[in-house]
Structure formats: C-alpha cells, structure tokens
Design a protein around this ligand. Structure first.
Ligand code: C5J
Length: 211
C-alpha cells in the first residue's frame, strides 16, 4: 500500500495504512451509557454517545482494509480506594474489570482478531504490552478515537508520541463530558506545529483511507 494523505490540522497527515492502527480508547458502557461511572459522577453522557456512530464508521473502514484494530478498556481491581470506583451501580461495580459496565459498548464490540488492551491507568501504554504489540506488527502511525478526549485519549496520544508514533485524533470520534475540555484537549494536540499529534475527522479519514 502506498503512502496516504489525510487533510488535518495543523497540516496534512501522511501515513501508510499497512503500518497504521486504529485505536479505540475506552468506549465502555461505564463511560458512555446511562447508569455507568460517568453518569454516577454527575455527567451528561450524551456527548459521548454521539461518538459511537462515527467510531463505528471508522471500525467498518479499518476492518474492510484489514488494518490492525486496538480497543482499550480502563478498569480497576475491586476495592481500589477512589471515590465511586468500585461502588455498586446498575451495571455492577463501577469501572471494575469483569463487570457489565466495564464492557465495550455493543455497537463497537471487538471482533475476532482485534486486540483488547486492559489498562490500569489513563494512558494505554502505562503498565500494558501495547508498545510491544504495535512494534511487533510494524505499526508507526495511530488513528485515535474514543473517550474521554482530555483524559485517556490525551494521555495515550502523549505517551504514543513520546514512543515515536505519529497520531491523528478524529474530532468527531472523541468525546468529553465538558465542551470546554473537548476544545482545549484538541487544541493542545495540534498546537505548535503538531506538538504531539494531528487533528482531523472521520469524513476526512475515510476519504484518505478509501483513495
Ligand atoms: C476517565 C477515560 N475519564 N477513559 N477515563 O476517567 O478518559
């Protein structure tokens, strides 16, 4: 496959689909669905639900093209002493591995051959084997989707950039409970000549991948 070019900010993002992975961060019921951890904290989950359809669009394209797909899940051992994590909710103990709320939303459920990375923190590289998985497959670039933009997406993109991966974040495929954080988090990524990444959207990504 040849090098592709995606319209993006602050300038075009070039990548080879063969050495690019689609990374879908923490699209779990606990963040996205009513009754989960996010709502228990008092947040409106509708901005996060809005990213399901564009994420699905990206998954469909990546699957058709045979790209490596990585899903991540944030989860903690029961009993972690943080307020509300581990509390009982309608989908089980909040943000605890093995509980219903910890699952990826059904619309974006992993299919056979896709990688699921369980992470104990915000960044997907910390205390996981993600870097080894990507290096073993020769991956150099990441197309990043998921939630939340300013927390796990931002942390993961910073970690990826430090490890030499070039990341583009699709703005309609990432979501925050807070509109001001959504904007700030995306602005930070692309500031100073793509200081740690590029920002584009699913429409421009699909055009780049299909051409
Ligand atoms: C948070 C995440 N916000 N996936 N996790 O606690 O962004």
């Amino acid at each position: 496959m040849a090098q592709r070019s995606m319209q993006a900010e602050p300038y075009e993002y070039t990548f080879d689909p063969k050495t690019t992975a689609l990374v879908v961060i923490d699209m779990q019921r606990d963040f996205v669905e009513p009754g989960g951890f996010g709502e228990a904290l008092g947040n409106d989950v509708s901005p996060l639900q809005a990213v399901i359809a564009p994420c699905r669009r990206m998954l469909d394209v990546a699957r058709t093209m045979g790209m490596l797909v990585i899903h991540t899940r944030e989860g903690h051992a029961p009993g972690r002493g943080k307020i509300t994590i581990g509390d009982e909710g309608p989908m089980g103990r909040l943000l605890v591995r093995g509980q219903r709320g910890h699952e990826i939303v059904p619309e974006l459920a992993p299919v056979a051959g896709e990688v699921v990375v369980d992470k104990p923190g915000k960044g997907a590289f910390f205390a996981t084997d993600l870097d080894h998985i990507l290096r073993n497959r020769g991956i150099k670039s990441l197309i990043v989707c998921g939630v939340t933009t300013e927390v796990c997406v931002n942390t993961t993109v910073r970690e990826a950039n430090d490890r030499g991966y070039e990341c583009v974040v699709l703005q309609d495929c990432v979501g925050s409970y807070f509109p001001q954080f959504q904007k700030a988090a995306l602005d930070m990524i692309k500031a100073q000549g793509a200081i740690f990444g590029w920002v584009s959207d699913s429409t421009r990504a699909v055009i780049a991948l299909r051409n």
